[in-house]
Ligand binder design. Structure first.
Ligand SMILES: NC(=O)C1=CN([C@@H]2O[C@H](COP(=O)(O)OP(=O)(O)OC[C@H]3O[C@@H](n4cnc5c(N)ncnc54)[C@H](OP(=O)(O)O)[C@@H]3O)[C@@H](O)[C@H]2O)C=CC1
Ligand SMILES: O=C(O)C1=N[C@H](C(=O)O)C[C@H](O)C1
Length: 250
């Protein structure tokens, strides 16, 4: 059986360098390119890659995906910064490249995917819900892509259930004290040396609270999800948003 030809973009970064090692170690994959900033995207097409694993920065990801889709290269994307406007542009490129697949995974770790699922299930049963994400201080964006997605999923679940807005009598507050408002859900971002990637979903009702917490302690936590994404995206044309769709959790 021929091996899946995989390239890594952002290969010298924190998660990219771990992904290079994971692809090299996967028996059914061949690492055909490991590209950093300044290497030039021509090397990607020349490598014959079937799948590009995109782990760069919000400033670089769109140009890289544009290139991939113009060359019929599938993509597994962990890079953050997804807005409705960016998704619309990506979908237009996908329309022009039928048969090509893109997976955007706000988080590749199984625990984080399950945290989002559990939060969605629990959210309609509690009056209050807030998200706290905690990351290393070198992270360039806040709140995290995972926290943003978690809040969006919570908001969707509450809207579907007809939940009332969470109670909050705050009359005065310093800017930022109540976090960012993501679809009505407060999201708080902590940046702390020593941490990697962590998230708590806090839920409260009369007389009880529930906390769903996930900790990524090492970048290895993201690797099974990246490898699964690469294997599945080649037979899944169009846009898939969220690894849960490849885990049959829906
Ligand atoms: N979905 C998930 O599960 C996860 C997602 N992430 C996300 O992945 C992204 C990267 O995170 P992290 O590894 O910590 O960040 P790093 O800054 O450590 O790595 C990013 C790397 O990409 C390089 N780069 C920038 N532009 C390009 C380009 N055009 N082509 C090739 N390489 C480029 C950077 O080079 P230079 O240093 O020269 O700028 C750097 O080496 C972030 O958006 C982060 O949130 C991270 C972990 C898990
Ligand atoms: O930058 C990181 O480190 C991470 N980024 C992703 C995010 O923004 O959600 C995933 C994980 O939290 C690690």
């Amino acid at each position: 059986m021929s091996k899946l030809r995989v390239a890594v973009l952002g290969a010298k970064g924190r998660i990219g360098s771990e992904a290079v090692r994971a692809v090299e170690a996967a028996e059914d994959m061949e690492l055909v390119a490991a590209l950093g900033r300044g290497d030039g995207l021509e090397a990607l097409a020349e490598s014959g890659a079937q799948v590009a694993v995109e782990l760069t920065t919000p400033a670089s990801v769109m140009d890289n995906l544009d290139y991939c889709l113009r060359h019929g290269i599938h993509a597994v994307v962990g890079t953050t910064g997804w807005t409705d406007e960016r998704l619309a542009r990506l979908n237009a490129w996908l329309d022009a490249s039928p048969g090509t697949g893109v997976l955007i995974a706000p988080n590749f770790s199984i625990g984080a995917v399950l945290t989002m699922k559990f939060a969605q299930i629990a959210a309609p049963y509690f009056e209050s819900v807030e998200v706290v994400e905690l990351h290393h201080p070198n992270k360039v964006d806040a709140p995290s892509g995972t926290a943003t997605r978690t809040a969006q999923l919570i908001a969707q679940a509450r809207q579907k259930a007809g939940s009332a807005p969470a109670p909050d009598a705050t009359a005065t507050a310093l800017d930022g004290a109540r976090g960012a408002n993501v679809d009505g859900v407060p999201v708080h971002a902590v940046r702390l040396r020593g941490l990697l990637a962590h998230q708590e979903v806090l839920l409260g009702a009369e007389g009880e609270t529930l906390t769903v917490r996930h900790d990524s302690l090492h970048h290895s936590s993201f690797m099974p999800g990246i490898l699964l994404g690469a294997r599945r995206v080649v037979t899944t044309p169009g846009l898939t948003f969220g690894l849960e769709h490849f885990l049959d959790l829906n």
